[in-house]
Design a protein around this ligand. Structure first.
Ligand code: NDP
Length: 341
């Protein structure tokens, strides 16, 4: 059974739920914006499904719902943001201006975020930069959930990376992919719905291949493309740990309080101004020529196009959430029932 609501109703529900657990208005709006962007694009694993985790980390005191980031330029092309143990969305929102300015000054710039709690899809932050004409990358680590190539115990996080490329008069091309064969949220949703997942997504606690999501959650997820996804996960551990000085996934695994919410962690973003690399007059036309030729093959689409098409559906029909999720939100927050019976 599902419950229908408009995007505005879902946003309002998320804001009120977060505020009921001592999140201030600015943080509640920033977090709700990211969850509802995911609902709008039908990326269910990072929509309201994440709300109980956000609430749990406020209740446990792990996350400060009133945190304000501090942001400084620590090198000509490096901006550093300290999230002071708040949720990532407000830090990302407030660091976007300084990062953009730094990228336009230098042609390329980096943003390192520390002491932050990230629980969202990364396409949101790279697309925001691409909407302003910049090419953007984002990387974050998590907690041990994926076995390294050759191993059979969780070690790496699902460690996603995202990339967005700006387009003239069109929404950006963007891809955003976990280093694991699929996002953990999708395994959790399959477990909730009682369905199997595809072979290759994970192994059980004894290291045997399984398609049972509950066994994978007790065992380990697997990297996409074997050693190739494993190498990308390793790169992201190095960027988030030794480079910017935040916790690697194994460190997060030892230090997190396991309240079900996002662990403390870091994020690295890179922003590139395509007008500063010697092809200022040609990059847009060459981009469209490349995409046009690519799309001549039947069956090919650009990454992100699925999401853009989904926006038309949710703008028209609203969204649906499973009633067990709605019940949990009401139970966790004490909010009155407004939807369903
Ligand atoms: P998917 O495997 O669903 O998709 C990966 C990318 O491939 C998407 O950009 C998708 O675009 C694109 N894609 C899929 N099919 C095609 C196709 N046929 N042609 C062209 N492009 C295609 O994502 P994952 O399961 O790997 O990751 C899901 C999310 O989980 C990500 O948003 C990631 O940021 C998030 N995540 C967050 C973590 C955190 O700690 N915050 C940890 C791990 C993951 P499209 O959307 O258009 O389908």
């Amino acid at each position: 059974m599902t419950i229908k609501m408009t995007l505005d109703q879902a946003h309002d529900l998320a804001v009120r739920a977060l505020q009921s657990c001592s999140c201030d208005e600015e943080n509640a709006h920033a977090v709700a914006d990211t969850m509802i962007a995911a609902e709008r694009d039908i990326c269910k694993s990072h929509g309201l499904f994440r709300l109980p985790g956000y609430l749990a980390s406020l209740k446990s005191g792990k996350v400060n719902g009133s945190a304000r980031p501090t942001i400084e330029r620590i090198a000509p092309a490096v901006v550093r943001a300290d999230g002071h143990n708040g949720f990532a969305p407000l830090t990302l929102e407030q660091a976007r201006g300084p990062l953009t300015e730094c990228a336009r000054d230098n042609g390329i710039a980096a943003l390192s975020i520390v002491r932050s709690h990230h629980f969202a899809a990364l396409w949101i932050e790279v697309c925001a930069l691409a909407e302003m004409g910049l090419c953007a990358f984002a990387f974050t680590a998590y907690k041990p959930s994926m076995a390294p190539a050759g191993g059979n115990k969780p070690f790496f996080g699902t460690n996603p990376m995202a990339f967005a490329w700006p387009r003239k008069d069109k929404p950006p091309m963007a891809f955003d992919q976990a280093a694991s064969a699929t996002a953990r949220g999708d395994i959790m949703i399959a477990a909730r719905e009682g369905r199997e997942v595809e072979p290759g997504f994970g192994i059980d606690a004894d290291g045997n291949p399984t398609t049972d999501p509950n066994e994978i959650l007790k065992g380990a997820q697997l990297p996409f493309g074997g050693y190739k996804g494993s190498a990308i996960a390793l790169m992201i551990e190095l960027l988030i740990g030794p480079l910017i000085g935040e916790r690697t996934s194994p460190e997060s695994g030892r230090l997190d309080v396991e309240d079900g919410g996002p662990p403390q962690g870091g994020e690295l973003m890179l922003a590139i101004d395509p007008t500063r690399f010697g092809n200022a007059d040609g990059w847009e036309a060459q981009t469209e020529a490349l995409f046009g030729e690519l799309l001549e093959q039947e069956g090919v689409r650009l990454p992100a196009d699925r999401r853009y098409q989904n926006r038309e559906i949710t703008a028209r029909d609203g969204i649906e959430i499973v009633d067990s999720l709605y019940e949990k939100i009401l139970k966790d927050t004490g909010l009155p029932r407004e939807f369903g019976n």
